[in-house]
Design a protein around this ligand. Structure first.
Ligand code: AMP
Length: 419
C-alpha cells in the first residue's frame, strides 16, 4: 500500500512549485518596500486565542479548526488564520510600546477543516500584512494599494476590489439591532435563526438562493454609519481613487471573521468560479482588547497564494512551465571522467552557473536524455579522449552544434555564451 496526501491537501512539485515561490515573492515585495517587517509565528497556538480572537460563532472556529490536546493536556490548534497570532506576538513582545504603527508581514500555511474543492483546501498558503496601532484612513488605503500592486505585478488583470465599511462600536450596535429586527421575521431554518442572535451580519453572507431572495430588502450597514465612520470611509475611498485603484462598493460585504470594524475589503477574481476570493482583509480595532491587550486599532489583509496561482492560470499567465532547472548539464563517460566532471560541475556552480550532471553511471544515450529533460542549454560531454586532451565537448542543445573547449576555459566560455 502506498500513502496519499490527506484529503484537501496536495503537494507542490517542480516545476510549478518554483512558481509558487515566485508568486509569494511578488505579492510581498510591495509591503517590504513599504517598511513592513517579516514575522513568523508558530503553526499551532493556544486554542483559546482563536476562540476569542476569531470568534466562537464563526464557521472557522465552530466547525473548521484542527484542535488537539498535547501530551500535557493543553488544547492546541493549527492556525486557521494569521491575524490573531500576529496580534498575540505583538502583545507578548510589547512591540506596541515602540513606534506605531507596527508593520508586519507573514507568509505561511493555514489549516481549516473545510469542504474540499477546487480553490478550497484544508491546508493552504497565505501571505499577510498587518499594521497595528494606528487609526488612520491612509493606512487602510496603503494596505489596499499594496495588495493591489502585488496582484498587478503578477500580471493579473481580472482582479476586482470590493469595498465596504462595517462601522464601529458606536454605529455597529444600532445597525445590528435594525438587522436583527429585519431577520427575525423571515422564514429561516433553526441554525440560521440562532445565528441572527449571535452574529446577524453573517446571515447576509448566506449563499443559498432562497435565503438571498428574502434578504433583498435588508438594511445595509453603509446606511447606518455614524458621522465619523462615514468620514473615515470617504477618506479611504478618496485615497484609493487618487491612487487610481478601482473599487466597487459592496454594501453586503461582511466577511467571515468576527473582528472586523470599519473598512473591509475583498479581492475577487472572475475566472475562479465559486471560490472567487483571492484575498481579503480589513480594520480590526477591537481585536487587541479581545485578546486582553490595550486598545490597538489595526488593519491588515491576507492573500491566498493557492488561489492566486489558479487566477494566474485562468488568465494564461503561467505560460510554459516546462522544466528548466539548470543551464548546464554534465555527461561523463566512464569512472575517471565522472570524477573530473564532479569537480568541473562544482567549479561552474561556484562561477554562478546552474549546473547538474548525470548520476547513476548512465551511458551516453541515457545521460543525454537527462540533459534534454533538465532544460539545460548546454551539455558538457567528457570521455577518455577529452580527458587526455584536457578538453570537453560543449554541445548547444538548441542547435546541436558541438565545440571542443579546454577544461580550464569552460567556465569563462559558458558564462560568455549564457549572458
Ligand atoms: P480569510 O482569512 O478567510 O479572509 O482568507 C483570505 C484569503 O485566503 C482568501 O481570500 C483566499 O484567497 C484564501 N483562502 C481562505 N480559505 C482558503 C482555503 N480553504 N483554501 C484556499 N485558500 C483559502
Amino acid at each position: 500500500m502506498t500513502f496519499q496526501a490527506p484529503k484537501g491537501t496536495f503537494d507542490w512539485l517542480p516545476p510549478r512549485s518554483e512558481r509558487v515561490l515566485a508568486v509569494r515573492e511578488t505579492l510581498v515585495s510591495p509591503v517590504r518596500q513599504a517598511g513592513y517587517g517579516y514575522i513568523e509565528t508558530p503553526v499551532f497556538e493556544d486554542t483559546e486565542l482563536f476562540k476569542r480572537g476569531v470568534g466562537e460563532s464563526t464557521d472557522v472556529v465552530s466547525k473548521e479548526m484542527y484542535t488537539f490536546p498535547d501530551k500535557a493536556g493543553r488544547s492546541l490548534t493549527l492556525r486557521p488564520e494569521g491575524t490573531a497570532p500576529v496580534v498575540r506576538a505583538v502583545l507578548q513582545h510589547n512591540l506596541h510600546t515602540g513606534q506605531l504603527p507596527v508593520k508586519l508581514w507573514y507568509s505561511g500555511s493555514q489549516f481549516r477543516y473545510e469542504r474540499a474543492q477546487k480553490g478550497r483546501y484544508r491546508h493552504f498558503w497565505q501571505v499577510g500584512a498587518e499594521a497595528l496601532g494606528a487609526e488612520d484612513p491612509a493606512l487602510d488605503a496603503e494596505l489596499i494599494v499594496l495588495a493591489w500592486r502585488g496582484f498587478r505585478d503578477l500580471g493579473l488583470r481580472e482582479v476586482t476590489l470590493l469595498l465596504n465599511s462595517l462601522g464601529d462600536k458606536t454605529c455597529r450596535p444600532v445597525y445590528r439591532a435594525a438587522l436583527q429586527d429585519f431577520l427575525r421575521v423571515l422564514d429561516l431554518d433553526e441554525e440560521t435563526r440562532a445565528r441572527i442572535e449571535i452574529n446577524p451580519l453573517r446571515v447576509l453572507d448566506d449563499k443559498r438562493p432562497e435565503v438571498q431572495e428574502q434578504l433583498k430588502g435588508a438594511p445595509l450597514v453603509i446606511d447606518h454609519l455614524c458621522e465619523s465612520c462615514k468620514a473615515y470611509h470617504e477618506e479611504v475611498r478618496g485615497l484609493l481613487t487618487a491612487c487610481e485603484v478601482p473599487f466597487t462598493d459592496d454594501p453586503r460585504l461582511v466577511r467571515g471573521l468576527d473582528y472586523y470594524t470599519r473598512t473591509t475589503f475583498e479581492f475577487v477574481h472572475g475566472g475562479l468560479g465559486s471560490q472567487s476570493a483571492v484575498g481579503g482583509g480589513g480594520r480590526y480595532d477591537g481585536l487587541s482588547e479581545m485578546l486582553g491587550g490595550p486598545s490597538l486599532p489595526s488593519v491588515g489583509w491576507a492573500l491566498g497564494v493557492d488561489r492566486t496561482l489558479l487566477a494566474m492560470e485562468a488568465e494564461g499567465l503561467l505560460g510554459d512551465t516546462a522544466d528548466s532547472r539548470v543551464q548546464v548539464y554534465g555527461v561523463p563517460l566512464g569512472d575517471e571522467a565522472r570524477r573530473r566532471m564532479f569537480l568541473l560541475v562544482e567549479e561552474l556552480r561556484r562561477a554562478g552557473l546552474a549546473t547538474d550532471m548525470a548520476f547513476g553511471g548512465k551511458g551516453l544515450k541515457g545521460a543525454m536524455k537527462g540533459a534534454d529533460r533538465s532544460g539545460a542549454r548546454f551539455a558538457l560531454i567528457l570521455g577518455d579522449r577529452d580527458l587526455a586532451a584536457q578538453a570537453v565537448q560543449v554541445k548547444d542543445l538548441t542547435t546541436a552544434e558541438q565545440t571542443e573547449v579546454p577544461l580550464a576555459q569552460v567556465a569563462d566560455v559558458l558564462k560568455g555564451k549564457l549572458q
